[in-house]
Design a protein around this ligand. Structure first.
Ligand code: SF4
Length: 347
């Protein structure tokens, strides 16, 4: 990973043949992700082929990632009042959304980390609604990590604090941060329609520094922000070029007060096609069910997604939208006979 990949034009030459048969050879047998053009064809599969797609995606994830599921909890250290204008985000201070600015104190962080570890999760992600961290925020993260360790909690700590300078990347490494989340959100060609206060390339630069410094890279996005099917395929290809350790897959929650408040919720069958297609594009990556899954899938769909290529989930509450209780997801994993990844083992 060095320079941002060249932007590819939507469209392209359609290849004849059955894309799932091609995926069987290329992805399942070879462990190589689908091309952008092949992802486009998967996304165009008719509804009646979705079970076949999900079965293949599940086989791919078991073959190349193993049977385990990674469970993660997240906590918001600084909520709301963000100066950026990401159109999906209720934490932007630029929209009249009901989320107000708030900070969590260090004892609150320690409690949240403990509760997360008690669910069996291996990863605890500290999130802040900011363009990038300032000295005060980094001091709070440092104090939080020290207090979590003083509590005897060995959980791996991830951070999501926006765009970073090289100095800040180095600071996080020195604090022992294991993984850094920074989403590219959507295809490069669609990004200017979603965010105007910073560029896709600025996000890419942070990810490049994070990778070079040795932290694991967590990078995903949100489906359902007005992107075309071709742009979904473009996004999958751009993620594949990034080679992230983890891809959180969110489905838009049309939050009140945001520019996307009237956008439709992604329909379940379409969302399942996206899950299967992203797994086939990223056969070796941790693919995490993140925000929006309750709204988009409901209970049944969540199980189908778990059996369609997903191998990680966020349990408990998301930042500004309540998720379902952690035990419901843990019960679901038990019912599906999916073992939870233990601490200090990589998928
Ligand atoms: S997505 Fe992040 S950077 Fe964008 S407005 Fe929300 S908190 Fe700010």
């Amino acid at each position: 990973m060095s320079a941002a990949p060249e932007q590819t034009a939507p469209g392209g030459t359609e290849q004849p043949g059955d894309v799932l048969a091609e995926a069987g050879e290329r992805v399942l047998e070879g462990g190589v992700g689908l091309t952008e053009e092949q992802v486009r064809r998967v996304l165009a599969l008719p509804d009646e082929r979705i079970p076949e797609l999900l079965a293949l995606a599940h086989e791919v994830r078991v073959r190349w990632c193993g049977p385990e599921v990674e469970v993660e909890g997240i906590v918001s250290l600084k909520t709301g009042g963000c100066p950026e204008d990401c159109h999906f985000c209720s934490q932007s201070g630029r929209f009249p959304s009901p989320v107000r600015s708030a900070w969590l104190d260090v004892p609150g962080l320690v409690r949240a980390a403990r509760q997360t570890a008690d669910t069996g999760a291996t990863e605890f992600c500290v999130v802040a609604a900011v363009r990038g961290p300032d000295a005060r925020l980094l001091a709070q993260v440092r104090a939080g990590i020290e207090a979590i360790r003083a509590d005897g909690n060995p959980i791996q700590i991830a951070c999501s604090l926006g765009m970073l300078t090289q100095e800040q990347v180095d600071e996080l490494v020195a604090m022992g941060v294991h993984r850094y989340n920074h989403n590219l959100e959507t295809a490069r060609s669609h990004f200017p329609n979603v965010v105007t206060t910073h560029s896709w390339e600025e996000r890419w630069d942070t990810l490049r520094m994070v990778r070079a410094a040795g932290m694991e890279v967590c990078c995903g996005g949100i489906i359902g922000m007005g992107e075309s099917q071709a742009q979904r395929a473009e996004f999958a290809a751009q993620l594949a070029a990034l080679e992230p350790d983890e891809v959180p897959l969110n489905f838009l929650i049309p939050n009140p007060g945001t520019p996307y408040e009237d956008y439709p919720v992604v329909e379940g069958a379409e969302a399942l096609r996206v899950v299967g297609a992203f797994r086939l594009a990223l056969p070796r990556t941790i693919l995490r069910f993140a925000g929006g899954r309750e709204l988009t899938f409901g209970d049944l769909g969540a199980k189908r997604g778990m059996l369609g290529g997903i191998n990680a989930i966020i349990v408990g509450n998301y930042l500004t939208n309540l998720g379902r209780p952690a035990w419901e997801d843990l019960d679901m994993l038990e019912e599906l006979a999916m073992p939870i990844k233990e601490l200090n083992r990589t998928l």
